[in-house]
Ligand binder design. Structure first.
Ligand code: MF3
Ligand code: CO
Ligand code: CO
Length: 270
């Protein structure tokens, strides 16, 4: 069954899924999160991001699942690994991690046709104090956004909750990348902006599935994409962090599909 045959679309083109579809998203989300748990011991000084990605490819295969990113728009890896001033879409490679490097690992898997998309931060060696503050604020900003998820609120409420929190900590929200609807497809309407004004944008309804994935910079918000056409970096070379959950709108809030089974979502936990 393809995406167009289930549920219905709102006037903004956002799919309203059926109650039974939450189980599919839960299974996909849990696998993506479990893989991110299992990756944690591999992140260390001297390790390359290509080695970490190879392990992720194997974990996806062993689970009998499919990587959503291998072959996506020509991308060739099972993860994006974004180190230090890389904002997102970092390509795994042969550079060795150094003490104090912070990195986001982003994995999307397909299980029984459902997409589970999540990312979180890791550290190689000792976490520097400035990076710790950035990671803390970015993590908490994601949860400010998730707390704004309930029927009747708008996508602008989510963006505003994230932006106002981040800027109160004198950090900046990246504008050039956003979250997205997902379900039986990887990227669907709406664009989930991580900034905005309360009460603006489409109204949330039970059965919507989407990601929230704020990218936060210590410096200015501007980014640029490198010549490889993927790697996005901060223009001012400042440090950047990101956390991502896939969520579904329930009758009275949000279900997080990508909760860490081991309670390891944050690098200083576990
Ligand atoms: N997982 C990313 C997201 O959060 C998308 C990665 S696409 C890739 O939407 F091709 F770069 F892997
Ligand atoms: Co995403
Ligand atoms: Co992702």
């Amino acid at each position: 069954m393809d995406d167009s045959s289930r549920g219905h679309l709102t006037k903004d083109g956002i799919r309203i899924h059926e109650p039974a579809d939450f189980a599919g998203m839960h299974a996909a989300g849990r696998l993506a999160a479990r893989i991110l748990d299992d990756v944690a011991p591999l992140v260390d000084v001297g390790r390359t991001t290509a080695e970490i990605d190879t392990a992720i490819t194997r974990m996806v295969e062993e689970a009998g699942a499919t990587s959503a990113t291998i072959g996506y728009k020509g991308y060739r890896h099972a993860s994006c690994i974004s180190v230090n001033h890389v904002v997102c879409h970092g390509i795994p490679g042969d550079k060795k991690l150094k003490d104090g490097d912070i990195l986001n690992i982003d994995v999307t898997v397909i299980v029984d046709g459902w997409f589970g998309d999540t990312s979180r931060m890791y550290v190689a060696g000792k976490l520097p104090r400035k990076a710790e503050r950035l990671i803390e604020v970015t993590h908490d900003a994601l949860f400010k956004g998730i707390e704004a998820v309930r029927p009747g609120n708008t996508f602008g409420d989510i963006g505003h909750a994230i932006q106002s929190f981040v800027e109160a900590h004198r950090m900046s929200v990246v504008r050039d990348f956003c979250g997205h609807g997902l379900g039986r497809v990887f990227h669907a309407p709406p664009n989930v902006l991580h900034y905005g004004r309360p009460g603006t944008g489409p109204v949330l309804e039970e059965g919507m599935f989407f990601t929230i994935e704020p990218m936060v910079n210590l410096g200015r918000p501007e980014t640029k994409v490198l010549a490889d056409d993927w790697t996005a970096v901060t223009r001012d070379k400042s440090l950047s962090a990101q956390f991502e959950h896939s969520v579904g709108v329930t009758a009275d809030g949000a279900e997080i599909f990508t909760l860490s089974p081991g309670g390891l979502f944050h690098p200083t936990w576990g």
